[in-house]
Design a protein around this ligand. Structure first.
Ligand code: ADP
Ligand code: MG
Ligand code: MG
Length: 477
């Protein structure tokens, strides 16, 4: 089946002279407005490269965009109840945690705090639901991120890039088709609300970071926005190793770091094995979970965001366990694509056969985050042949491959030589949500903005921080 195509928002190609000028000017504009990323090849804490971006915004069907926005609060609600259904999480993850050490360790932390008694019943979710169009008229969910869902700054910042370019090129009338995007304020307000609920004005917001942060602008702008919204709130950045060395609990189970109480812990790290490299960092993760601080995410939110849980949610009758309104259930089912488990049972064997017969139709995914972990195309077959008889197979899921419509545009990257050429591209939309709630109730449930990433249609993955995709804005038609 030929792939559908999306039209460009203005006539392309641009004339060579115009293209050269606008690229050079926009790259400067981008760096000078804090839309950057640290270089992986020439890393320095003192310099920031212009983040990769798409010169002109990519067109999107307006109705589908609105649908993706509208479903966010339902998905927030769904994931909140999933995270608080102990029986469901246990049953769903029971095989996976036997073979996936990382998920197994997260699960142990969850079991430990449940058996000890939970100090802080509230969870904070700063989440992102990722979708791809699979035809011009339907969205399919790629995944739901409950930990370190980035681009709260770079999402809205992309809008300012594409608005700047359209205006520079004289297309002022087109700007109204770029939807507003207040993701940064929305997400940061969530942090602030959790800080207020904690109720100690002297307590800080702790951001757990990697040893080296490449996506520094995205993270720092959250901190700057916190200050803008309330100049009295202090945030501190620490690694899990720092917390192991410097953190403790007081007699009320409050988390104390550098003699200061922590009210909210915002994880921008701790979602891959290399970010929790030894027992020390696992101990730090447990210490945080044992504390009274409000966690973003709590351990149950983290577990609810695993790919295995995503797959289990597509089984018949499962959504009904978490959502009561038939309209909401139907809307969520619409964005699910085929997801299959690889358990040691008849259905797992059928899944394997299906993948071997038609590998190009699927993506094979482990329980990992952060991009670059999936298997695509013919490799699905080779990999499946190895996985088939290994006990590791229950750590993987198989997902139908989504084939989004193709757009054409210019991808701009720092350090690229010569004028950019037109590329065939596909996009992935992320919608941000904020949730605060506990075992019994949801206090806050909002949709707060979006981000769009676009990559070459021939590339499998599209993470911007991982080095594949580029920042983009939907141009609604
Ligand atoms: P991660 O948690 O590592 O981001 P994802 O499930 O989002 O894992 O997969 C990474 C990337 O792989 C996505 O951003 C998307 O570009 C691509 N991808 C994932 N699932 C599919 C799919 N079903 N069809 C097409 N591309 C996919
Ligand atoms: Mg993810
Ligand atoms: Mg992803």
């Amino acid at each position: 089946m030929p792939l559908e195509r999306l039209p460009s928002c203005i006539p392309i190609p641009l004339k060579e002279k115009e293209l050269k000028e606008i690229v050079s000017k926009t790259k400067d504009w981008v760096v000078m407005h804090g839309i950057g990323i640290r270089s992986r090849t020439a890393f320095s804490e003192d310099s920031i490269d212009c983040a990769p971006f798409i010169l002109l915004p990519s067109t999107f069907p307006r109705k589908e965009f609105q649908k993706a926005v509208e479903i966010q609060t339902t998905l927030n609600e769904l994931m909140h109840w999933v995270a608080h259904d102990q029986e469901f999480l246990r049953e769903t993850l029971k095989e996976t945690i036997q073979v996936d050490e990382f998920t197994g360790n997260l699960f142990k932390i969850w079991e430990t705090v449940l058996s000890e008694g939970v100090s802080q019943p509230l969870s904070l979710g700063l989440v992102r639901n990722d979708l791809m169009l699979d035809s011009l008229h339907s969205w399919k969910q790629v995944e739901f991120n409950t930990i370190a869902a980035g681009f709260g700054w770079l999402g809205p910042a992309s809008l300012t890039i594409n608005r700047f370019v359209l205006e520079e090129l004289g297309h002022h009338d087109k700007v109204e088709n770029l939807p507003e995007n207040n993701a940064l304020t929305g997400l940061t307000s969530g942090l602030l609300e959790a800080w207020k609920i904690y109720g100690d004005p002297t307590a800080v917001i702790l951001i757990i970071v990697e040893d080296i942060t490449y996506n520094i602008c995205d993270q720092r702008f959250h901190e700057f926005e916190l200050k803008r919204l309330n100049s009295r709130v202090k945030s501190v950045r620490k690694t899990l190793t720092d917390i192991y060395q410097q953190g403790c609990l007081n007699e009320h189970n409050e988390l104390i770091v550098d003699d200061i109480v922590v009210s909210v812990v915002y994880f921008r790290s701790a979602y891959t094995p290399d970010q929790i490299p030894s027992k020390n960092e696992w101990d730090a993760r447990l210490l945080i979970e044992r504390s009274q601080a409000i966690k973003c995410p709590s351990i149950q939110y983290h577990l609810a965001g695993t790919k295995k849980v995503q797959q289990a949610l597509t089984k018949p009758g499962i959504l009904e366990r978490f959502l009561s309104e038939p309209k909401k259930i139907a809307a969520v089912k619409e964005i699910f694509t085929g997801l299959y488990g690889l358990d040691f049972d008849e259905s797992g064997d059928q899944t394997i056969q299906m993948a071997l017969n038609d590998p190009e139709k699927f993506v094979l995914k482990p329980q990992r985050e952060g991009g670059g972990n999936n298997i695509y195309g013919q490799e699905v077959r080779e990999f499946m042949l190895k996985l088939k008889d290994s006990k590791e197979r229950t750590a993987w899921i198989l997902m139908e491959r989504i084939h989004p419509p193709i757009s054409t545009g210019y991808i701009i990257r720092a350090g690229a030589i010569g004028l950019p050429q037109l590329s065939e591209m596909v996009s992935e939309l992320g919608i941000f949500g904020v949730i605060i709630g506990d075992f019994q109730k949801i206090l806050v449930n909002r949709q707060v903005g979006h981000m769009l990433r676009t990559k070459k249609s021939t590339d499998n993955e599209g993470g911007v921080a991982a080095g594949f995709g580029a920042l983009d804005t939907p141009y609604l038609i």
